[in-house]
Design a protein around this ligand. Structure first.
Ligand code: FAD
Length: 461
C-alpha cells in the first residue's frame, strides 16, 4: 500500500495536521495505535458514563473579532466555524498560595491587572513593564534559551509574585523543571492570562468527532489499532512504516506526532537530544452527586494552588508532591447546561520512577493510587470545602497509566524538555509535530500539526 502523506498518531496534533492536509488532497492516512483517537486528550466509559482523560480547559480563548488570535487562525486553517464548537468561557480562576496571597483572573485581563495592583502595589509599575516586554517579544523567532525566571525576578523584584505568575503557566505548559524558556513563558502568558480559557459545550468526544467528521468529509482515512513498529528509510529518505502486524505502508511524506525520542526509537536510533528529567503527573477525577455544594468555589473554574513556602515545579522524590497542584471544576464554565454530576479534578506532580517501582505489584500500586486520591482529596477539601460524602465515583491516573495509553515516554504529558521547534529531525521527508515540537496543550498541539503541514509538506507539493 502507498499513500502520499502518512501520519503516526491520532492525537490532537495528528488530527489537525491530517485535516489541514485533507482540505487540499484527500490522500492522507492516520495510523493510531489505540482503538480511539485523542491521545492524551481522549475519553473512556465507566458505569455507562463518559469520562474525559485530560480536558480541564482549553487555553487561548479569543472573541471572533480578533482575527489573528491563535484560536481563530486555527479554526480558519481547519475551516471549522466557531459556532460548531459551542464555546463556553471560564467563570473565574485563581492562583492561591495558601497563607500568603490569592490572585483571581478571568478572560477579562483587567481582573488580574486589578488584583496585582491591589495586592502587589509596590510591584505594579514593574508588572506593567513586564506586560510591555511580553507584547514586544516574538516567541517564534529562533533564539537560545532565556530563563523566564531570571527575567521575571529582574523585572518584578518580588519572589511571591514571580512564583504566582509562573505556577499556572508551568502547570499548563512547561516540560522543564523550575523554569521556562522566556519564549514559552510569553506564549503561555498570552494563552492563559491575556486570552483566557474555555471549553466546548459537549465533551472531548464531541470535539474529536467534529474533527474526524470534517476529515472524513474531505476523504481522509484513519486506521485505529494500527501501531507503527518501525520507520523504514534509506539514507535520509523515509520510505514508509511497518506495523506491529508486519504490514508495510509506503509514503512520500511522514509526520510523527508521538514524540522525538519515541520517533528515533522507531528508526532504531538513539535520540541525539540532551536527556533532561521529564515531568510526570497524577490526576484524580472525583465525580460528585449533583446536589453537592462546594462552598468555597461555586464560581471557580480552576484553582492553581501552592501550600509550601517556595513554589517548586520538579519531579518529586516521593510518589506525588501534594504541595502544589491544579484543582479544576469542569462544570464551572459560563452557560453550560446542567450536568447530571459535578466533578472535581486534581493534578499534582509525580515521580515516574517511584510509580514504576510499584508496577509489578498490583496491590501496592492500587493502594498507592488509593492513598494518592485520599491525600489529594484532603488538599482539595481545604480549599473547596468538604465533598467526601458526595463522591459517587473516583479514578486516578498515574504516569504509568498515561504511558500505557499514549506510549508517551514516562507518561510525561509535556514530553521531552528539549523541543525541536522546526519539526526537522534530519530526514528529507519525515517531520515531527505535536508535544515535542514545542507547542503544548490542545490549541498548541493542533497549531503545531497545522504549521508543520504548511511549512514542510503543502509547500513542497
Ligand atoms: C491528564 C491530562 C490533562 C490535560 N489537560 C489539558 C487541558 O486542560 N488543556 C489542554 O489544552 N491540554 C491538556 N492536556 C494536554 C493535551 O492533552 C496535550 O498537550 C495534547 O493533547 C497533545 O497532543 P499530541 O497530538 O501532541 O500528542 P498525543 O496526544 O500524545 O498523541 C500522540 C498519539 O500517537 C499515538 N501513538 C503513539 N505511538 C504510536 C505508534 N507507535 N503507532 C501509532 N500511534 C502511536 C498515541 O496513542 C496518541 O494517540 C492534558 C493532558 C493530560 C494527560
Amino acid at each position: 500500500m502507498h499513500v502520499p502523506f502518512l501520519i503516526i498518531g491520532g492525537g490532537l496534533s495528528g488530527l489537525a495536521a491530517a485535516l489541514r492536509f485533507a482540505r487540499f488532497l484527500p490522500d492522507v492516512l492516520i495510523l493510531e495505535k489505540h482503538s480511539r483517537v485523542g491521545g492524551l486528550n481522549s475519553y473512556y466509559y465507566r458505569n455507562n458514563r463518559l469520562f474525559e482523560t485530560g480536558l480541564h480547559a482549553i487555553t487561548n480563548y479569543a472573541p471572533a473579532k480578533t482575527k489573528n488570535a491563535p484560536l481563530n487562525r486555527l479554526l480558519r486553517q481547519l475551516k471549522i466555524k466557531r459556532n460548531e464548537l459551542d464555546l463556553h468561557q471560564q467563570i473565574e480562576s485563581e492562583v492561591r498560595f495558601l497563607n500568603q496571597e490569592a490572585l483571581r483572573f478571568s478572560n477579562d485581563f483587567s481582573l488580574l491587572d486589578a488584583e496585582i495592583a491591589a495586592k502587589f502595589p509596590t510591584s505594579y509599575n514593574r508588572f506593567r513593564q513586564l506586560l510591555q516586554q511580553i507584547e514586544d517579544y516574538d516567541p517564534f523567532r529562533p533564539a537560545p534559551f532565556i530563563s523566564a525566571k531570571k527575567i521575571l525576578h529582574e523585572t518584578l523584584g518580588d519572589k511571591l509574585l514571580v512564583d504566582m505568575l509562573l505556577c499556572p503557566l508551568m502547570y499548563y505548559g512547561s516540560s522543564l523543571e523550575n523554569d521556562m524558556d522566556f519564549g514559552q513563558f510569553v506564549i503561555m502568558f498570552r494563552a492563559i492570562f491575556l486570552e483566557g480559557m474555555f471549553r466546548p459545550g459537549g465533551t472531548i468526544k464531541d470535539l474529536l468527532d467534529l474533527l474526524l467528521n470534517h476529515y472524513r468529509d474531505y476523504g481522509g482515512k484513519i486506521r485505529t489499532k494500527a501501531a507503527v513498529s518501525h520507520i523504514l528509510y534509506s539514507g535520509k529518505k523515509v520510505i514508509g512504516v511497518e506495523l506491529t502486524n508486519g504490514e508495510e505502508i509506503r509514503c512520500d511524506y511522514l509526520l510523527s506526532t508521538i514524540g522525538s525520542e519515541e520517533t528515533f526509537a522507531l528508526l532504531d536510533k538513539p535520540s541525539p537530544l540532551e536527556s533532561l528529567p521529564r515531568l510526570g503527573f497524577v490526576e484524580t477525577i472525583f465525580e460528585l452527586s449533583p446536589e453537592t455544594s462546594l462552598e468555597h468555589s461555586e464560581n471557580r473554574t480552576i484553582i492553581f494552588y501552592n501550600s509550601s513556602k517556595t513554589f517548586s515545579y520538579q519531579q518529586p522524590q516521593s510518589l506525588v508532591d501534594f504541595d502544589s497542584g491544579v484543582i479544576c471544576m469542569p462544570q464551572n464554565f459560563q452557560d453550560l447546561p446542567p450536568s447530571p454530576f459535578k466533578e472535581v479534578r486534581t493534578t499534582h506532580l509525580a515521580s515516574y520512577d517511584q510509580w514504576y517501582n510499584l508496577h509489578d505489584n498490583q496491590s501496592s500500586y492500587n493502594s498507592a493510587k488509593d492513598d494518592t486520591a485520599l491525600a489529594s482529596r484532603e488538599v482539595a477539601e481545604k480549599i473547596l470545602g468538604n465533598f467526601a460524602e458526595n463522591i459517587v465515583y473516583r479514578d486516578t491516573f498515574t504516569p504509568l497509566t498515561i504511558e500505557r495509553f499514549t506510549a508517551k515516554k514516562q507518561g510525561a504529558i509535556y514530553g521531552n524538555p528539549v523541543k525541536i521547534k522546526d519539526g526537522d529531525i534530519g530526514y528529507d521527508n519525515l517531520f515531527l509535530a505535536g508535544t515535542d515540537q514545542g507547542f503544548l496543550g490542545i490549541v498548541g498541539s493542533m497549531l503545531s500539526g497545522v504549521s508543520i503541514v504548511n511549512q514542510h509538506i503543502l509547500s513542497r507539493l
